[in-house]
Structures are given as structure tokens and as C-alpha cells.
Design a protein around this ligand. Structure first.
Ligand SMILES: Cc1ncc(COP(=O)(O)O)c(C=O)c1O
Length: 454
């Protein structure tokens, strides 16, 4: 009898406070590479493979069958004319800005609530990021804040579809058009997200996507730029891709290359080309992306439904005609209800087995390396930021602060429909929510820092 009582109380007591955890749901291995993809990679590595190309592992343009196939498939899937595969997502975004000639101190209005690689391409192209506020619930760029920040040096808007949530591309496209600005999308976390029925990537003058191993469209390392604009594509390729040689054709040999760019085809380039094996993986992974995305959505919606009666957490609600894809699921902690810090809440959830974390701990405008008097090692953008006289740390961005204070994330590689795993995750949240008084008492006695998830 005492054993049974002991077991029950142990199960309701929070794991953080010494009880038994709910337990982590099993996560599928990710990325899932099909047998067919493995066979194709193997075949590409085999001696004698691809006799139609001079060197099967050197792909400098879409003349290589694996690269041509991947770029055609991606362009068709996005409904755009052009795709240029790249070595990484960061390279793809840099490629966008190069093709659009956004440089020489041009200002780019952008979001501070993102991964730094949304902004580093701006810095690497000798342009100046102008951070503006985001929606406090989704963390997405606020179009009104964008429009208010437009000044005489503004040349572009760079928007990130953070966590797979589509930004308001109708409003941003209209603002860009009204003011004659370029619009660049960072879709690195959002392959397949739709705004009003159209996949992100097709709204911008150019868009960059990451395909590193953790992304929705996961390879080993890769990225791609998509654009409807031929001029952007060709200007990008002369600066970001190998020109080719007599044996292996480069991009300047592609049909349609504009002859006025011929004098500028040389080797003063960023080596941003994709590797052939990643190009094969891109095609193969894309073939099953829609199905995986649908399962991610099904799982996310199931979890959010189960959490409807858990008042310490809420989920963003999206417009009916937007379809996020869930690279990461972002929820919002409700401190007014919980009466404890987000740090303690996260620790309690993690101790139960929920794989939670806070994705943006420091928004970009607060980063030490962007301070005017930073003693950080000098890089190519240090002087540009100093000369521009910008002190980002003085920015007041309340929407961003609100999101950072509340946001709780989970990587969402639940690519199979998995109601049992969702139930387990919901159990973690429900248990912590039911035991908030114990956490409040514990915080009062020990402070926020005294708890450890051990
Ligand atoms: C929003 C965002 N932008 C850009 C990147 C850069 O991609 P990569 O790591 O492939 O360069 C990433 C991911 O790493 C990202 O999450």
C-alpha cells in the first residue's frame, strides 16, 4: 500500500522537484534519407557513373544532370522561373543581395527576431541592417514598422519566415512596390509555407533557403536562391559561381546568358556552388517534403488542440488563408497566469521530457558584435557600422521584447503522424501547469536561478 501511494505522489510531483518524469516521446530519426536517394548518391560516387559529364563530381552549372534536375524541380515547386543552388543558406541570401546590387552602405530594413544568418549576408554585402519591430505573438516582421523606417538610403526589405510562419507578404510586397524597394525573403525555415495560397519565395525579388541537415528540406549542407528576375539570376551567377572551363561548363554557358555581362565573367567569385551529392539529395528530399510537412502540421495542430485548456501556454493563431509549415513550433508562455519565470517553466518542462528551448535568446540588435564600441575582433563590417553611427542597443522594440520573453520552441521533426507522441508532450505541459503552485513556492524560496533540471 505505501508503495502505491508513493508511486502516485511521485508521478504527480514535478520531475524538477524530485518526482518521476512523464518521459520524453521518441523522436523519429531526421533527416530521413530514402533508399533511392542513398542508391543515387552511391551511384554518383561509383567509377564510370555519369559518362555524359567530364567529371561527375564537379558541377558548375545546370549542365550537370544532378544540378539541372534539382534546380528545375525546385523552381517548378516554387512556381518561379529561376533556381540557383548554393553551398549554404547564408550563401543563398548573400547571392540574393549580390544579384540585386544592395551594397555600398544601402540600408536594408529587417527583423531582429531571427537567426543571425538572416542578417550576416546584409553585413557581408557592405549594406546596413535597419532593425524594426515584430509581431509580439508570432515574432514576424511588422509591415507598419517597416514602412515607418523607410528613409533616403533604404534599398531593400529582408523578411524572415521565422519558424515556418509565413510573413504578411501582401503588405510587404505592396510597401516595397510603393517605395521602389527590393524585397528579399529568407525562407530557410519555411520551405512550403503559403501566404494566401502562394508558397513563400515567390513574393520577393529574390529569396534564399537553407537546406542544411536540420531544415525542412534537409540535405547535408546546401541552399538555394529562387527568383523570377532573370537579371538577378545572371548578376548573381557571375559573382557566386565558377565561370566554367573547356571541360566543365559554367553558368556563362547556360542558355540566355546576357552578352553584355561577358566581359565580367572571371574568377573573382564567391565559391558558393553546391556539391553534386547535395544536389541529388535536394531532388530526392523535395519529392517527399509535402507529405512530411503535412504530418508536421497534423501533429502541431493535435498538440495545440490538447493544450487548449492549459492556460500557462498559448499558440499563435494564423490567418485562415496562411499555411505555416512547422520547422519549429513556437508557443507563448503566459507569465501572468503562471506566476513564475519562463526559465523555471522551461526547466520544469525539460525535466518532464519535453524537448523545449528558447530559440532567440538575444535578438540581433542586442548582439555585442554590433555595438559601436565593441572590442570584438575586427571584421569587414565593423567599420561600416561604426561610420554609420548606429547604436542598435538603444533601439526600443517592444514587440520583439515581448516575444523573446514569452516564446518557447520545439524542433518539429515529427514527420510521421504521431498522436501518441503528441499526447506525451501535452502530458508534460499539463503536469507542469497543474503544479504551478509548487513551482511558485520553490521560486519564492530559492529564486529563479536555484532550480536545476537534474
Ligand atoms: C532563418 C535562417 N536564415 C539563414 C540560415 C542560414 O542557413 P545555413 O546554415 O544553411 O547557412 C538559417 C539556418 O541555419 C536560418 O535558420
Amino acid at each position: 500500500m505505501p508503495d502505491i501511494v508513493g508511486t502516485r505522489s511521485d508521478a504527480t510531483r514535478l520531475a524538477l522537484l524530485g518526482g518521476a518524469p512523464v518521459g520524453a516521446p521518441e523522436r523519429p530519426a531526421f533527416p530521413r534519407i530514402t533508399d533511392r536517394a542513398r542508391r543515387r548518391v552511391d551511384a554518383a560516387l561509383a567509377d564510370g557513373a555519369m559518362p555524359e559529364v567530364a567529371n561527375r563530381l564537379v558541377g558548375l552549372s545546370n549542365a550537370h544532370p544532378a544540378i539541372g534536375e534539382a534546380e528545375a524541380a525546385i523552381a517548378a515547386w516554387h512556381g518561379v522561373d529561376r533556381c540557383l543552388t548554393t553551398s549554404t543558406g547564408e550563401a543563398s541570401l548573400h547571392a540574393c543581395l549580390i544579384g540585386l546590387e544592395i551594397t555600398g552602405g544601402a540600408e536594408v530594413i529587417t527583423t531582429p527576431y531571427t537567426y543571425g544568418c538572416s542578417t550576416s549576408p546584409i553585413l557581408h554585402n557592405d549594406a546596413v541592417p535597419v532593425f524594426v519591430d515584430v509581431d509580439p505573438v508570432t515574432g514576424l516582421l511588422d509591415p507598419a514598422a517597416v514602412e515607418a523606417a523607410i528613409g533616403p538610403r533604404t534599398e531593400a526589405i529582408l523578411v524572415t519566415h521565422i519558424y515556418g510562419q509565413p510573413a504578411d507578404m501582401t503588405a510587404l510586397r505592396a510597401i516595397a512596390d510603393r517605395h521602389g524597394l527590393a524585397l528579399v525573403e529568407d525562407g530557410s525555415q519555411a520551405h512550403g509555407a503559403r501566404h494566401r495560397g502562394t508558397r513563400v519565395g515567390a513574393f520577393g525579388d529574390a529569396a534564399g533557403f537553407s537546406c542544411m541537415g536540420g531544415k525542412l528540406l534537409a540535405t547535408t549542407e546546401a541552399g538555394y536562391m529562387v527568383t523570377r528576375r532573370d537579371d538577378v539570376y545572371w548578376k548573381t551567377v557571375i559573382s557566386c559561381q565558377h565561370a566554367g572551363n573547356a571541360e566543365v561548363p559554367g553558368r556563362a554557358a547556360e542558355a540566355g546568358f546576357p552578352s553584355d555581362l561577358n566581359p565580367f565573367v572571371d574568377s573573382l567569385i564567391y565559391s558558393y556552388r553546391i556539391n553534386v551529392l547535395s544536389a541529388i539529395l535536394l531532388t530526392e528530399q523535395l519529392a517527399k517534403l509535402d507529405e512530411e510537412n503535412a504530418n508536421r502540421t497534423r501533429n502541431r495542430d493535435a498538440l495545440v488542440g490538447m493544450l487548449a485548456d492549459v492556460p500557462s501556454i498559448s499558440a499563435p493563431v494564423y490567418p485562415d488563408d496562411d499555411e505555416p509549415v512547422y520547422h519549429i513550433v513556437s508557443l507563448n508562455f503566459e507569465p501572468e497566469h503562471a506566476g513564475i519565470s519562463k526559465a523555471t517553466y522551461l526547466k520544469a518542462l525539460a525535466a518532464e521530457g519535453a524537448p523545449v528551448f528558447s530559440y532567440v535568446e538575444t535578438p540581433l540588435h542586442r548582439l555585442e558584435r554590433l555595438r559601436p564600441q565593441t572590442r570584438a575582433p575586427r571584421v569587414m563590417w565593423t567599420d561600416r557600422i561604426t561610420r554609420a553611427g548606429i547604436d542598435y542597443s538603444a533601439l526600443e522594440l517592444p514587440g520583439c521584447d515581448h516575444k523573446v520573453e514569452r516564446s518557447i520552441e520545439m524542433s518539429w521533426n515529427w514527420i510521421d503522424d504521431d498522436p501518441a507522441a503528441m499526447r506525451r508532450l501535452a502530458d508534460c505541459f499539463e503536469k507542469v501547469d497543474a503544479q504551478l503552485p509548487a513551482l511558485r513556492e520553490h521560486e519564492q524560496r530559492h529564486g529563479h536561478g536555484a532550480l536545476s533540471a537534474g
